[in-house]
Design a protein around this ligand. Structure first.
Ligand code: ADP
Length: 231
């Protein structure tokens, strides 16, 4: 039985969330996003002409995501360079974000989204998606909504929001469900499930995840409003 969270949070409470935009001077747009000890920088390059020309689409642009976790971001030194996990997370990010980017407005081009995790304590794909969505908005890339992302799941017998690495590794069992959801329209563009969960528990987890995403969305809107006015 998981009676109390390791870090004393309520079961439906996320870790402290912080967001800042325009943190990388040479990028078209950028953001820093943290969920507790999970910290990410996202930077955008483009839209720029896609090369080679034969892969250009005359009707739409492309969103390309590169996810990286630095060697010192975890306790055991992580091998540098893109692993299968990092390549997969880049694709997960693209699938989570691209449905909300108005790619028909920049044909033949590519928007490169780079995310760098420099401190990891689980939920790095979610924090990367949140940072990337903010960075895209900061870059002025046309979008129909912002995307917020958080992990929900089951630790022992409890449904919890925003699992830490220690919770993911809980010895009596843990289920991790990263979810990405558009802020205004609440469309889910990404959901993964690692572990076991009943249908009733899954429905409860989705509700908790929606609440978590909405909290992040409010912060995303706030930081954009502070710099650019109405969002
Ligand atoms: P996410 O970070 O999105 O939850 P995973 O479930 O793959 O993705 O990873 C969970 C956590 O495990 C990471 O946030 C990080 O804290 C840790 N981790 C991932 N890869 C490594 C690695 N190669 N070495 C050490 N720790 C790692």
């Amino acid at each position: 039985m998981y009676k109390k969270r390791f870090d004393n949070r309520k079961f439906d409470e996320s870790r402290p969330i912080e967001a800042t935009i325009s943190v990388v001077e040479n990028a078209t747009g950028s953001a820093h996003f943290s969920l507790g000890n999970t910290k990410v920088i996202a930077a955008i390059e483009g839209p720029k002409t896609l090369h080679p020309r034969r892969i250009q689409d005359p009707e739409r642009g492309l969103v390309r995501c590169t996810y990286d976790m630095m060697s010192f971001s975890v306790d055991d030194r992580k091998r540098p360079g893109p692993s299968r996990r990092e390549i997969e997370i880049g694709l997960v990010m693209k699938n989570a974000l691209q449905p909300f980017v108005l790619i028909k407005e920049f044909p033949k081009t590519v928007v490169d989204v780079y995310t760098e995790v420099y401190q990891a304590d689980a939920g790095t794909r979610c924090a990367s998606i949140c940072a990337a969505s903010l960075a895209l908005a900061d870059a002025g890339v046309p979008m129909r909504d912002l995307v917020a992302s958080v992990s929900v799941g089951k630790v022992g017998d409890k449904i919890v929001l925003d699992l830490t690495k220690k919770e993911e590794d809980y010895e009596e069992g843990a289920t991790d469900i990263p979810i990405s959801m558009s802020g205004r329209t609440k469309e889910i563009s990404h959901l993964q499930l690692d572990g076991c969960i009943t249908l009733d528990e899954f429905k409860k987890a989705l509700d908790v995840g929606e609440k978590g995403c909405q909290e992040i969305y409010e912060l995303q809107k706030k930081v954009l409003k502070e710099k650019y006015g109405g969002v």
